[in-house]
Write a protein that binds this ligand. Structure first.
Ligand SMILES: [Mg+2]
Length: 198
């Protein structure tokens, strides 16, 4: 499976959850699949998805938002792997990081990352995250469902093939507009429901 197909799947599964998305091809392709208010495209901030998702997961404590989803690439997570020990240390119940691992920097000519020799899922596991692994649609769906219902920080390591979708337009929406749109959605979403879970 390539990134675009994985994003179609993730978009389908996360309609009612905050989705923080890494920059460049991943944001561009997800916006091409569908642009929704619950998508926070982290433009030009490589490696910060885990930091933002951790903060939002802490903010969601006590709400009925089941998980805050952070969507990372391997190159981007290697830029700031500190989010793994930080997430494991803080251990928010609602933190869920999905890694789309194609072992290359897909936005810069498929230059190899460290991912063929350094296992980011193992780093997450050693840092206290509950880790699931998938490499196709069926395994992704089952591990996603399991981790969605697992308390504490969860990490779904999805292996995909390299390759960007063709004819995907640049994402030229003003980051301020993206932020305001997501913030309004998230604030409204936090106010919904009466169930309180610590
Ligand atoms: Mg990559």
């Amino acid at each position: 499976m390539r990134r675009y197909q994985a994003l179609q799947l993730i978009n389908e599964l996360t309609a009612d959850l905050p989705l923080v998305v890494t920059c460049a091809a991943t944001s561009r392709e997800l916006a091409a699949v569908e642009t929704r208010d619950n998508h926070f495209y982290v433009l030009d901030s490589m490696g910060l998805v885990g930091s933002i998702a951790t903060g939002l997961a802490i903010a969601a404590k006590g709400s009925d938002v089941q998980k805050v989803i952070g969507l990372e690439g391997d190159g981007s997570l290697f830029m700031n792997p500190n989010v793994l020990p930080t997430g494991g240390f803080l251990s928010p119940n609602r933190l869920f990081l999905i890694l789309l691992d194609n072992q290359v920097y897909g936005s810069t000519a498929d230059i190899p990352t460290y991912a063929d020799r350094v296992d980011l899922g193992a780093i997450a596991e050693a840092s206290g995250w509950t880790v699931g692994r998938a490499d196709d649609e069926a395994s992704f769906r089952s591990e996603y469902a399991r981790l969605l219902n697992t308390a504490g920080p969860t990490f779904l390591h999805m292996r995909i093939e390299p390759g960007n979708a063709t004819d995907v337009p640049k994402l030229l929406v003003d980051p301020v507009t993206i932020t305001n749109r997501f913030q309004a959605w998230f604030t409204h979403r936090l106010g919904q429901g009466t169930e309180v879970n610590a």
